[in-house]
Write a protein that binds this ligand. Sequence first.
Ligand code: ADP
Ligand code: ZN
Length: 433
Amino acid sequence: MPWNDEFECMPLEEMQKFQLAKLKETVNWVMERVPFYRKKMEEAGVKADDLKSVADIRKLPFTVKNDLRDNYPFGLCAVPMNEVVRIHCSSGTTGKPITGPYTADDIDQWAECMARDLWAAGLRKGDIVQNAYGMGLFTGGLGFHQGATKIGCAVVPTSSGMTERQIMLMRDFGATALFSTPSYALTIAERAEEMGMPVKDMPLRVGCFGAEPWSEAMRDEIERKMGIMAMNTYGLTELGGPGMAFECEARNGLHINEDHFLVEIIDPVTFEPVSDGQRGEMVLTAIQRRAMPLIRFRTKDITTLTRERCSCGRTLVRMDRITGRTDDMLIINGVNVFPSQVESLLSEFNDEIVLQYLLVVRKKKHLDELIIRVEGKKEVFEAGPGKVTHVEKKITEHIKGVAGVGVTVELVEPKGLVRSEGKALRVVDERPK
Ligand code: ADP
Ligand code: ZN
């Protein structure tokens, strides 16, 4: 049974009626209060009454990351500051931070979306959850905290870092769930093994991981190392943080909380909508938020949608796992490469490597050069330089063959790459801008 079956299992027709009403309300709300939107809507010659169906959302102009930067810090805020009860910031992975103000209602809605998410992952009252997402300006920490608190779990807000203490508390408190980025989960798993207290031997049962792209291969690795179920959860600061979309027990895509977020997938070049099942950029509209409800925000995240019935009974539309944002996509001599694609290919060499890697892109004469630094296992290095070269060559050939791009794989000695405590750094692009 879902956390909120009224909305999570709502028939499509009823959902779309609900969405249309909320969308119109939101368009009026921002047009009355935010000069930026009033101007944009007037330029586009559109107002709330022109929206006769959810599909009419296409008449509205897009909002992009730069609009948020240009209006930094509170230019897009639709309520007076005395109604704001919290202000978060994006982690700034791709530049100047983006501010996210919340009203008290916005915070409640967020907690509701997170509760649906964590409930679907199997969390219940009685669970002890270790929250190792960065606690602070980053929406991950408090977002997960509120959702788990709403369900009634015992939350241990460790925040990220201090990995050894993290592991000690996990064992001593008997944590049954872990919240963190997937890359930090691997860091914890690895350190715990080195400390002689493998997570596998602890009561930990489930992990709720997100905030960065990760592959199915990485999920397998985490599950194997920790002996848990690893669930995927998605969100972004601009739309309020984590809890926008979550996996259910079917683990066949992430259900989007579409009574809160209207989702579209567009072709990032033509801006035309693509049909279900086709890849494109996800565009989101927050239809219930009040402090900063973005209209048609271009996320730059690439995914597909499906409305096929899910075995869990939820009717909420599902999105595919995000393989990367258009920003992350590397263009190597004209070939598009996503770091997560390299991650999947590397994972096929689990006997010789550990899944810790860094992609370095350089200019060599006029050509791009992609160097993949990946950690070799101790045994490979112990077998001597001949073995190292052999493994490097083998992986290089494989990636060349599948991804269609020339690469150089360099095996790094065990522990040679920095471990992540939050969002992992996967790419260093040294090409002149
Ligand atoms: P920043 O943009 O500074 O990284 P956020 O913390 O708001 O700030 O990050 C949101 C972004 O993180 C999303 O747009 C998406 O690219 C990525 N992300 C979040 N959750 C996931 C996930 N489960 N899988 C893949 N990518 C994710
Ligand atoms: Zn489902």
